[in-house]
Design a protein around this ligand. Structure first.
Ligand SMILES: Cc1ncc(CN)c(N)n1
Length: 223
């Protein structure tokens, strides 16, 4: 029997492909991305991760067993201390202070993405939380691995550390755990519920695309 995660992957394949072909990612893997665009992305991503980390706290609260509770607590911790440390180190390299990083005003697309997930987290089941947060991990894992295999990408002095983070064993293991949990939580659910999970997954997959696009355009508030 095929896994529910296969269905999710198929449902969002076209959107993920569009992200892979987005100029932000094409230029990043080729090493030609303007660092100013990367700095914009980094600052937006830092405040994105402040909200995103909270989803793992929700996961811990909504978990039905100790093992899941502990695992989400680990994800919460590693987002704050490992993934966001990467951003802090990049900020140091660019001369961006902690205050500037934390004080970044989230752009409209960024807010739309995080608030969508936080709404699901506050009002939905654990399965819904996992469906909404999964494209973030899974698509970055896919991008990280693809980039690491792209000739010359790892030689880039600026983008190398980012690629190493998302292609790392540790990030891969956490992603696979989340995919496995999604399959477990989907087991035995009626089609109506599965369709709701698929909707969250496809929506946040589209939000991932919008995030790359936002970063490339340097999206600002109109007034
Ligand atoms: C927008 C976004 N999506 C995913 C990831 C990977 N956690 C991230 N850092 N930022």
């Amino acid at each position: 029997m095929s896994k529910f995660s296969d269905r999710l992957y198929q449902a969002s394949r076209e959107v993920w492909q569009k992200s892979h072909e987005h100029p932000f990612l094409v230029e990043m893997r080729e090493g030609t991305l303007d660092p100013q665009r990367f700095i914009y992305y980094l600052k937006q991503d830092y405040v994105y991760l402040i909200d995103y980390a909270k989803l793992f706290a929700y996961g811990s609260i909504k978990a039905g067993d100790m093992e899941t509770m502990v695992k989400f607590a680990g994800l919460y911790h590693s987002t704050l201390h490992v993934e966001m440390e990467l951003h802090r180190q990049y900020a140091d390299r660019f001369g961006v202070t902690r205050e500037q990083l934390e004080g970044t005003q989230p752009a409209p697309s960024n807010i739309a993405y995080t608030k969508y997930m936080l709404d699901v987290a506050a009002n939905g089941s654990l399965a819904e939380v996992v469906a909404a947060l999964l494209p973030c991990m899974w698509s970055y894992r896919e991008i990280g691995v693809t980039f690491a295999e792209y000739p010359g990408a790892l030689d880039h002095p600026l983008y190398k550390d980012w690629i190493l983070m998302y292609s790392s064993e540790e990030f891969g293991e956490l992603t696979h755990w989340c995919i496995g949990l999604m399959d477990q939580l989907a087991e035995g659910l009626p089609e109506r519920e599965l369709a709701k999970l698929e909707k969250h997954f496809v929506t946040t997959s589209k939000m991932e695309y919008l995030f790359w696009d936002m970063a490339y355009r340097g999206e600002e508030w109109p007034v």
